[in-house]
Design a protein around this ligand. Structure first.
Ligand code: FAD
Ligand code: UDP
Length: 376
């Protein structure tokens, strides 16, 4: 008799949700994580009573009622609505592009006036492409301009995108921004989803709820028990990097990553919003996150005399750095397919989550994929 039904490698949302559902079915699970804490990338650190999103700002959003009810059964969510502001050379613009943005950009006050302005700029972009003898946008710069026009492209898209991807917009594929939401209403809600929010008390509460009653051990790297796990468990759920599992036998998958510069400041309110994007090329960071605004609203902000901010620098990934965003180019996609082929032959192993599937997963789809696994 083995001790566990499942050994679960990784205590992020995939591993923790899997453990919860398996535990509910009476299965015995052991969850291990190589980090010193549980929760994967949604883990928050408590600084001066503020929950600091250590691995990048996380905003939960979904239109899937089943997923929303599931997370709310673990912990109640607050009413946080993501409404980032863009700072371009000291002037502020609301995001996503909506009537507030158009008013700030052009002084237009009605949807008709805004539409006329956008139409004119779009037509200019199309004419420019025609003059160059092309009908389809050849790159992100052309695509953005035929979707929204030159002014918004130059002030709110160009610099931010070039910083985020580390490449010129003329060298980036058009498909990255095939869909740019343009709203002719005064609505700064960044997401179109039906539900959004942040767990009251922070994301660690969600992980605690999922792992309640499940045996966990931190500070253990799976590589140290790779050849012995069969002795203790029937099945393995692996949420670490797929190339690492196979000892990088075909080579290393690549990522883009983010470097955070986090500081605690002696002020109650630094920027008045959780997210401010710096859209000009000259400012080296892409955005500043002020963590308290995810969970403190109105008067609560001033009751806490300090604040914590993180500047985000989008960076090329090197081994040893946190792997954040998979690179969707043909080299990496082909490499992943080779590893996936090997993974499909591992009968007692379930590969899941963003690292094992080499796929950018938001939180809700991560949970959805585990629910599907359990046919729920
Ligand atoms: P992870 O959370 O990465 O968990 C994997 C775990 O496995 C880690 O704890 C790791 O330490 C552990 N592990 C890996 N290898 C080993 C090993 N060999 N041995 C032991 N343990 C191991 N989603 C949203 O919905 N909204 C957002 O606003 C949002 N913002 C994001 C911002 C950033 C910068 C990033 C990178 C992601 C963001 N996401 C967001 C996505 C979200 O983080 C993921 O959906 C979620 O983390 C997926 O969970 P996971 O379990 O697959 O991976
Ligand atoms: N984007 C932009 N300006 C902004 C915010 C976003 O040009 O102020 C573009 C940019 O190309 C980015 C894309 O929109 O890559 C998606 O950005 P978002 O912040 O929505 O996605 P995430 O970075 O969370 O994947």
């Amino acid at each position: 008799m083995k001790t566990y039904d499942y050994l679960i490698v990784g205590s992020g949302l995939f591993g923790a949700t899997f453990a919860y559902l398996a535990h509910q079915q009476g299965k015995k699970c052991l969850v291990i994580d190589k980090r010193a804490h549980l929760g994967g990338n949604i883990y928050c650190e408590d600084v001066e009573g503020i929950h600091v999103h250590k691995y990048g700002a996380h905003i939960f959003h979904t239109s899937n009622k089943q997923v929303w009810d599931f997370v709310n059964s673990m912990v109640e969510f607050n009413r946080y609505t993501n409404s980032p502001v863009a700072n371009y050379k000291g002037k502020l613009y609301n995001l996503p592009f909506n009537m507030n943005t158009f008013y700030q950009m052009w002084g237009v006050t009605t949807p008709d006036e805004a539409m006329a302005k956008i139409k004119k700029q779009k037509a200019e972009a199309v004419a420019k492409m025609k003059a160059d003898g092309v009908t389809e946008p050849r790159n992100l710069e052309e695509q953005a301009q035929i979707l929204i026009g030159k002014d918004i492209y130059e002030k709110l898209i160009k610099g931010y995108t070039e910083k985020q991807w580390g490449r010129k917009c003329t060298e980036l594929p058009a498909f990255i921004i095939k869909r740019l939401p343009v709203r002719l209403v005064f609505d700064n809600n960044y997401f179109n989803d039906k539900y959004q929010g942040i767990p009251i008390g922070g994301y660690n509460r969600l992980i605690e709820g999922l792992l309640d009653g499940v045996e966990t051990r931190t500070g253990i790297d799976f590589s140290t028990m790779k050849n012995t796990w069969h002795d203790i468990a029937d099945k393995l759920v692996y949420t670490g990097a797929i190339d690492e599992y196979f000892d990088y036998c075909f080579g290393k998958l690549e990522y883009r990553t983010v470097r955070f510069e986090t500081e605690t400041l002696d002020t109650a309110n630094y920027q008045g919003n959780a997210v401010v994007n710096y859209t000009e090329r000259e400012v080296p960071y892409t955005r500043i996150i002020e963590h308290k605004h995810f969970e403190m609203f109105g008067q609560e902000v001033d009751k806490c005399p300090k604040t914590v901010i993180s500047k985000e620098y989008s960076t090329e990934w090197k081994p040893g750095m946190e792997p954040y965003y998979p690179v969707n180019d043909s080299r990496n996609s082909d490499l992943y397919q080779k590893y996936k082929h090997l993974a499909d032959q591992e009968t007692n192993v379930i590969f899941g989550g963003r690292l094992a599937e080499y796929k950018y997963y938001d939180m809700a789809p991560t949970i959805e994929s585990v629910l599907k696994h359990f046919k729920l």
